[in-house]
Design a protein around this ligand. Structure first.
Ligand SMILES: CC(C)(COP(=O)(O)OP(=O)(O)OC[C@H]1O[C@@H](n2cnc3c(N)ncnc32)[C@H](O)[C@@H]1OP(=O)(O)O)[C@@H](O)C(=O)NCCC(=O)NCCS
Length: 203
């Protein structure tokens, strides 16, 4: 279960409402051509993608066990949250139309903050694609959703994630216990990035 950032910003009601509206109306195709909001029609392909432990094992914020029922319920919950302006569950298809990855953006409008989680298909890992996709998504979250703060977590042994998060210039703010839906706790590395720091040249 996603937890909002450690840093607490002062946010007006108008700013929070603008973020909610931006989430509800966001068009992820502007992020990249193959990206769109997950619907119930994607449940089978998404279940297959997430059934691969190389894809889902490092991610705490997923329903478990992973099967068509739990993923279908999750997709419906995420859609209800999207309509409240609080979540975007997105997928990416490759040039052949096959599911290539997913991302989940959790938004806290009253905190002007968001978290990104996601994964790419196992055969696309370790080729630099994850880093490029994460950079584009973070940039889009600041620019299009209008949040001022983004937090990220990774399992203590997730070297690839830590490396690409630090390459993007996120500030490491210690660790935090990430709570999974089944109540298990995963000790995690924790980072934040503010919109002002993101926009600074050479960061
Ligand atoms: C995490 C993920 C998105 C990264 O994408 P990727 O395309 O596989 O990663 P990259 O190839 O860009 O590698 C990231 C960095 O880790 C480095 N790296 C990879 N394996 C490494 C290892 N064993 N030791 C040290 N560094 C390693 C790479 O060299 C690269 O750093 P560089 O850009 O400085 O060369 C992808 O691997 C994935 O989906 N993993 C499964 C789910 C997951 O972990 N999601 C993130 C949860 S926070």
């Amino acid at each position: 279960m996603s937890a909002p950032p450690k840093t607490v910003l002062e946010v007006t009601q108008a700013e929070a409402e603008a973020i909610r509206q931006a989430v509800r109306t966001a068009d992820p195709r502007a992020l990249d051509g193959g990206r769109r909001v997950v619907t119930l029609e994607d449940v089978e392909a998404l279940t297959a993608l997430l059934s691969d432990p190389a894809v889902s094992d490092p991610i705490y914020d997923l329903p478990r066990p992973i099967n068509a029922q739990t993923i279908g319920d999750w997709v419906q919950r995420c859609e209800a949250e999207r309509q409240r302006g609080e979540t975007l569950l997105l997928l990416t298809r490759d040039a052949e139309g096959v599911l290539a990855g997913y991302s989940k953006i959790t938004v806290w409008p009253p905190r002007s903050a968001a978290e990104l989680a996601g994964a790419i298909r196992a055969d696309r890992q370790n080729s630099g694609q994850g880093g490029a996709g994460a950079w584009r998504t973070i940039d889009w979250m600041f620019e299009t959703l209008g949040v001022r703060l983004i937090c990220l977590t990774a399992a203590l042994d997730n070297v690839r994630s830590a490396r690409l998060i630090e390459a993007m210039g996120f500030a490491r703010l210690g660790e935090r216990d990430a709570l999974a839906e089944d109540g298990t706790v995963r000790p995690s590395l924790y980072w934040e990035m503010s919109r002002d720091a993101w926009r600074k040249p050479n960061t």
